[in-house]
Design a protein around this ligand. Structure first.
Ligand code: SF4
Length: 335
């Protein structure tokens, strides 16, 4: 079946970025060191035309608005015919908060860019400094207001487990991100990529890795917060790739199923809260959750159901899906 819509990613690796964030190795993520050009845009869009009816073009990987204006224009100009013939539904770019100005946003809008993704990463200035980000939390506040003020969609990216961060500071970052009312968020628990300054710090014993289990514990309440606030979570954890699974992820929170593990923990906690709130705990219960969350509440190999059954002394526990909001778990007694 031909998909009706899809995202066509074009990576702009490290292009225009004056920084060296300790965790960053764009080569690993994008698989290329060569800056993208107009030919890459056309090639990616032509390939997509064979597979889908409409698409969204996404410039990921670097700091798009920090790239010389001429190059930005060249890349966007290459997409113009596809925008004009209706194939491209919209265009999004990712960039740094300190590379956003009214003029830069106006240029993007001239070419039909509708969404700007900002790498906030943390809202704690000490964490930003220790991570070599080169911008402040205030830059993210200012840039977010400008993107929204220009009538564009705002997506904020945050990371957990950066140098100097802990579970509490990561949660405060999530609260500060939610307060900016983005149209979506991406949450990336820190992965130690080979060849990065972070790997050197870790190997020297100056950075404690944010393990998969740390990421699950840290991100479950963060994901719950965004669900409560009605802010879509577009991504939870780095996209699994062969390179990352094959050793490019030297340590830290890399697991191909990390997102599922976090959601599973989140729904386990929601069910616990709900059961604890009952005046008396029935012996046989049915948990009800949004239809697409049933497997996350159930857990891998029914681990969540087994845990709840044991903790609350239940004789029987089952799960069903329905039209519930994603942040709720309902419970009824099985009679
Ligand atoms: S700003 Fe982005 S591209 Fe530049 S070093 Fe940091 S993470 Fe990498």
């Amino acid at each position: 079946m031909t998909p009706r819509n899809s995202i066509v990613p074009v990576f702009v690796p490290h292009l225009g970025c004056p920084n060296d964030c300790v965790f960053c190795n764009q080569r690993t993520i994008s698989g290329s060191l060569r800056p993208a050009g107009a030919g890459d845009v056309v090639r990616a869009l032509e390939e997509a035309r064979d597979k889908t009816e409409r698409a969204e073009l996404a410039f990921y990987g670097g700091s798009f608005t920090a790239v010389p204006e001429e190059i930005q224009r060249t890349l966007l100009e290459a997409a113009r015919p596809y925008r004009e013939n209706g194939f491209l539904r919209s265009i999004r770019v990712s960039t740094r908060p300190d590379a956003v100005t009214a003029e830069k946003l106006a240029l993007l809008q001239t070419y039909g860019v509708e969404t700007v993704e900002l790498g906030a990463q943390s809202m704690d200035d000490a964490v930003l400094r220790l991570s070599g980000r080169g911008h402040s939390a205030e830059d993210t506040v200012r840039a977010s207001a400008m993107v929204k003020g220009a009538g564009m969609q705002l997506i904020l990216q945050m990371m957990t487990g950066l140098p100097g961060a802990d579970r509490e500071s990561d949660f405060r970052t999530a609260e500060a991100v939610a307060a900016l009312k983005p149209d979506g968020v991406r949450i990336y628990p820190t992965v130690i990529l080979r060849g990065t300054p972070l790997e050197a710090l870790w190997r020297a014993g100056k950075y404690r890795a944010h393990t998969v289990s740390d990421a699950v514990e840290t991100c479950a309440p963060i994901a719950a917060l965004f669900l409560r606030e009605g802010i879509p979570i577009l991504r939870l954890g780095l996209n699994p790739t062969e390179a990352l699974s094959g050793g490019e992820a030297a340590g830290g929170a890399y697991h191909p199923a990390l997102g599922e593990m976090i959601y599973s923990k989140l729904y386990l906690e929601l069910a616990r809260e709900k059961l604890r709130s009952l005046p008396h705990i029935p012996r046989r219960v049915e948990l009800r959750v949004a239809a697409n969350r049933v497997s996350q509440l159930t857990g891998r190999k029914k681990a969540n159901l087994l845990a709840l059954r044991w903790e609350f002394g239940l004789e029987e526990i089952s799960v069903s899906g329905g039209g519930f909001p994603p942040e709720t778990v309902e419970i009824s007694e099985i009679l």
